[in-house]
Ligand binder design. Structure first.
Ligand SMILES: [Zn+2]
Ligand SMILES: [Zn+2]
Length: 366
């Protein structure tokens, strides 16, 4: 039995810090001592999901105990957690689409990714973990399929963000497109995810990386991550005519080969189609799900619109690749973490996130 302080929501819009008791790992479970947990908009949303949860879905830490069926990890190993926990045997997993595993609750509502439900007790009752991870806690119990090895010389605070915004951004370039050396790309929105799209385009050799944002300071940051051209967008841009003209001016009046929407603003869901050339590819990275009106002429001609989930994450392939690029200096992680907080400061982290003061907040333990 391990005692663990955890940030718990009742699903009513609020959270509090609770003492929990975690049973020893069974089967393929690992007990993880969490060192750092990212804070993202989804964590704020999780407080309104109507159920009691240990919060947090982005984490890095060390293995504290292993169940009898764990194969690839031992006590003391450093790990990164991954919320899209693949079952490894369903049809999408077999086809290399682990990110949309049919057995993972995020897509189908099934609970395959859970560690044994009775394993963690809060207020005398078993409690679930957000995305089967619950990283906003001193310890968490997860299945082996939810962890990847963390290499040496990567700080936990930088590693913990790999398994969400970094993966979503870089994977949308590396896994969802055929973007190659010499390609042009327009990136709409230069927050945390947009910056990762930009640095993945740079690594892939894109010759023209056009950063678009309404805030000059975001464009300045985009330059540090590899953007080559910059468009300061107007706050209001009916039919995307202003940004479209700016991108056309930069691409011989043709439009970009690829355009990535990274704003999470529903009205901009169709905008990447306006920024690409005929036969170009528009990628909606931000996860917009709302109903929007748009003109089908935006698809003319032969344009493709993709909506990859979590950068088509294949953790065993992608997490080592991201770490290798970081260690070689080609990919920035430290610079994405604006500020760290203690477990008692989640409200401050949410406030800073909502005020747009920071790119990424991270909670550190100890
Ligand atoms: Zn996240
Ligand atoms: Zn599966």
């Amino acid at each position: 039995m391990t005692l663990s302080k955890a940030i718990v929501t009742n699903g009513d819009g609020s959270f509090s810090i609770k003492e929990t008791e975690i049973a020893a790992p069974k089967k393929d479970e690992l007990l993880i001592k969490v060192e750092a947990s990212g804070v993202c908009h989804t964590d704020f949303d999780s407080m309104s999901w109507g159920q009691k949860l240990i919060m947090g879905h982005e984490g890095a830490g060390t293995v504290s105990a292993v169940g009898p069926d764990v194969n690839d990890f031992k006590v003391g190993d450093k790990v990164i957690l991954n919320w899209a926990i693949p079952c490894g045997h369903c049809s999408p997993c077999s086809d290399g689409h682990q990110n949309i595993c049919e057995e993972n609750s995020f897509v189908t509502g099934k609970g395959h990714g859970h560690s044994s439900l009775e394993s963690t007790i809060c207020d005398t009752q078993p409690i679930k973990r957000s995305f089967h991870l619950g990283t906003m806690a001193e310890y968490t119990l997860v299945r082996e399929a939810a962890v990847c090895h963390l290499q040496e010389n990567i700080p936990y605070t930088s590693a913990c963000i790999i398994g969400c915004g970094v993966m979503t951004g870089v994977g949308s370039v590396w896994n969802a497109t055929n973007l190659t050396a010499g390609s042009s790309a327009a990136i709409l929105g230069c927050g945390g995810v947009g910056l990762n799209v930009i640095q993945a385009c740079k690594i892939a050799g894109a010759s023209k990386i056009i950063a678009i944002d309404v805030a000059q300071e975001k464009l300045d940051l985009a330059r540090e991550f590899g953007a080559t051209h910059f468009v300061l967008a107007p706050k209001s841009d009916p039919n995307f005519s202003s940004i479209k003209k700016s991108v056309q001016d930069l691409t011989n009046n043709r439009g970009a080969d690829y355009s990535f929407e990274c704003t999470a603003i529903p009205e901009l869901g169709a905008a990447p189609l306006a920024l690409i050339k005929n036969s170009g590819t528009a990628i909606q990275v931000s996860g917009i799900e709302q109903k929007i009106n748009f003109d089908c002429e935006l698809f003319e001609w032969d344009k493709i619109y993709l909506n990859p989930l979590y950068g088509k994450c294949n953790p065993q392939k992608d997490f080592p690749k991201i770490q290798d690029f970081y260690l070689s200096g080609a990919l920035k992680l430290d610079e994405l973490v604006s500020k760290t907080y203690t477990i008692n400061q989640l409200q401050n982290a949410f406030d800073d996130m909502h005020n747009g003061k920071i790119a990424k907040a991270v909670i550190v333990f100890n």
